[in-house]
Write a protein that binds this ligand. Sequence first.
Ligand SMILES: NC(=O)c1ccc[n+]([C@@H]2O[C@H](COP(=O)([O-])OP(=O)(O)OC[C@H]3O[C@@H](n4cnc5c(N)ncnc54)[C@H](OP(=O)(O)O)[C@@H]3O)[C@@H](O)[C@H]2O)c1
Length: 331
Amino acid sequence: MRAVHVKKYDSIENIQIDEVAPPSISEGEVLVKVQAASIGFVDGLKVQGLYQTKDPLPFTPGTEFAGVVAEVAENVAGNVKALARGTRVMGLAPNGGLAEYVAAHTSDLHPMPEGVSYEVGAALGTNYPTALYALQARASLQPGECLLVLGAAGGTGTAAIQIGKLLGAHVIAAASTAEKQAFAASTGADAIVDYTQPDWRDALKTATGGHGPDVIFDPVGGPVSQQAFRSIAWNGRHIVVGFASGEIPALKFNLPLLKGGTLVGVDFAQIERREPDVQRQVNAQLIAWLDAGELKPVVGKVFDFEDFHDAFKMMMDRSALGKMVVKIDAD
Ligand SMILES: NC(=O)c1ccc[n+]([C@@H]2O[C@H](COP(=O)([O-])OP(=O)(O)OC[C@H]3O[C@@H](n4cnc5c(N)ncnc54)[C@H](OP(=O)(O)O)[C@@H]3O)[C@@H](O)[C@H]2O)c1
């Protein structure tokens, strides 16, 4: 099969598609013929060996995908009936998504609702469960509360805007360029601020009617995180999602005291092990919204398999809008 093949940690230009053996499946797994896979910020770091954990070489990047069940291990239990050969599925794997076939555990796969495209299935992956877990389970976002989304035109940002709206919040999107601000508005944000402007906290104050954001969804980090926390409403919750800016900010402890504010950490990768019941509830809610047509995950840009380099580059050079998706199989 053809797969993006990382033989040594390197810049994305030096990574190729190679002919490799398809993965074998073991207990509890199925083989999925991949139709679309999406790329996240972490994938770009992993390819270069810059992420906090390293995939053993050689490996194929890509943790989020959608496709068709091609083979089911004999000893698979649980939701095997729902995952019979030929079933359209979306799901996650530790890596291997940017290939014609990927092995995945049945607990990480979900049948795709009717009418949902492979590109949308691949885009749902990590960002939407992360956003719902963060906003609902961790920050208890309430209807009518004011949610500020930083990096709002990015992958997690667009998911947070849509989930915030579904939870009944007033959503303010912060993004750096006119194109990104328009994109964030098109995904449902109620107000937009340009957080590259020196006076952006004044614009934020106006957008919240002087109240400040009750919840801040922050996948960016750096100076903007501290500025945002200074504007938080009384009893506000600042959700630490990631550090796309490359800088981990430090917060002076007097600020949570003065603001009555809370810093809330979120790590989606740990939910399955630490809070499996919550993870099931999050997945069930997302599938229900998808089924009902209430959630339409945003696909930023779709690339052909051969052009996978471009998807990585857009992700890494700050020009991506929404989620970057690679089409693996056109049939
Ligand atoms: N905690 C979790 O469970 C979890 C889950 C998923 C992702 N994450 C993390 O969240 C972060 C964002 O992921 P994402 O998928 O939303 O990424 P993304 O699609 O690239 O969006 C990140 C946004 O950050 C802003 N940004 C500011 N400075 C940047 C810089 N120097 N380079 C790139 N972007 C910059 C950009 O918006 P502007 O140009 O508008 O500033 C960009 O749209 C990553 O660190 C990722 O690892 C964490």
